[in-house]
Design a protein around this ligand. Structure first.
Ligand SMILES: *[C@@H]1O[C@H](CO)[C@@H](O)[C@H](O)[C@H]1NC(C)=O
Ligand SMILES: *[C@@H]1O[C@H](CO)[C@@H](O)[C@H](O)[C@H]1NC(C)=O
Ligand SMILES: *[C@@H]1O[C@H](CO)[C@@H](O)[C@H](O)[C@H]1NC(C)=O
Ligand SMILES: *[C@@H]1O[C@H](CO)[C@@H](O)[C@H](O)[C@H]1NC(C)=O
Length: 278
């Protein structure tokens, strides 16, 4: 009798386990993004999906220093994350920007992209299990907060998922002509791209400079590259600034990553990059 009861008990636990396992197999088809605020200050991450893909994290939220948030995305999801700084959403009646950098039309829940200069983490997830995810960090729209992307956990076989992004702060080394200062202060809160600052074909890779051959790195893009070695520093930067990883990988997006964050990341050899930009 006792043995039978034990058997029934084990059997029912096993049944529950199986059901949750079956559910998690379905759920694990989704990609988990974890966003971590390593900055000394609060950031308000914005999320924007491309091509009508699912809205993640409500489009935007507050993330205090050292806070972490996770959410999942369906296969084939494509979009971007960025950090907003110096936000105040308490006064809902005022129109206009509510954040000093990265503002998305004055809303907490973004339905628009962030106002440049803004650092972007960009993802295009695999649709099928045998396809790859693509990701990169882009400074093509300038820089406000450092971002690092790390593939987490045991990487699927055949993955080549490198650390994408920054190892130090661009604002600290931003040349005077590109600096964006906090209102009525001398504090640099963002660094414009040379394209945004000077609006020339040479810096924007337009006109006579509209193909990779005629749009090389500049003294400005090199400066961005030094702080963010594995990020796009201008429109036709080294295609290997795009990384690929197997479908189903979990990603950690860190705001204000340090050199140590990058070193802790997996340093797998990179595949020849695919070109996401332009
Ligand atoms: C905004 O996003 C938050 C999550 O960050 C969500 O709780 C809230 O319902 C959203 N608000 C609107 C108006 O969509
Ligand atoms: C809120 O917005 C209104 C209208 O723009 C403005 O008059 C008021 O000073 C603002 N209040 C705060 C606390 O910022
Ligand atoms: C998700 O699951 C479906 C159905 O099992 C499968 O066809 C597809 O390849 C999976 N996608 C990914 C990215 O794993
Ligand atoms: C910035 O300075 C101007 C003029 O000096 C002043 O009118 C304005 O109120 C200041 N703004 C803030 C946010 O302190």
């Amino acid at each position: 009798m006792e043995a039978l009861l034990l058997f029934i008990a084990i059997f029912s636990v096993a049944t529950v386990r199986c059901e949750s396992l079956a559910w998690s197999v379905v759920a694990s088809n989704r990609t988990t993004f974890t966003l971590r605020n390593n900055c000394q200050y609060t950031v308000w991450p914005g999320t924007l999906s491309g091509n009508g893909a699912a809205v993640l994290g409500g489009g935007g939220f507050e993330l205090a220093p050292h806070d972490v948030i996770s959410f999942s995305a369906p296969p084939g999801w494509s979009g971007r994350f960025w950090a907003r700084t110096g936000c105040s959403f308490s006064n809902n009646t005022a129109v206009g920007p509510k954040c000093a950098t990265g503002d998305c039309g004055g809303e907490l829940n973004c339905t628009l992209g962030g106002t440049p200069p803004v650092t972007l983490a960009e993802f295009t997830l695999a649709n099928q299990a045998n396809e790859k995810d693509f990701y990169d960090v882009s400074l093509v729209d300038g820089y406000n907060v450092g971002i690092g992307i790390t593939a987490l956990g045991k990487l699927p076989k055949g993955s080549s998922c490198g650390y994408a992004g920054c190892v130090s702060d661009v604002n600290a080394r931003c040349p005077p002509e590109l600096r964006v200062k906090k209102r009525n202060t001398t504090e640099t809160i963002a660094c414009m791209s040379a394209c945004e600052a000077f609006q020339t074909d040479q810096y924007c890779c337009t006109g006579d400079h509209s193909v990779p051959r005629s749009c090389g790195p500049t003294k400005y893009s090199k400066l961005f590259k030094a702080a963010c070695p594995s990020a796009y520093s201008y429109a036709y930067d080294d295609p290997t600034s795009t990384f690929t990883c197997s479908a189903g990988t979990k990603y950690l997006v860190t705001f204000c990553p340090s050199g140590a964050t990058a070193k802790a990341a997996h340093f797998w050899p990179r595949l020849p990059g695919h070109f996401l930009h332009h």
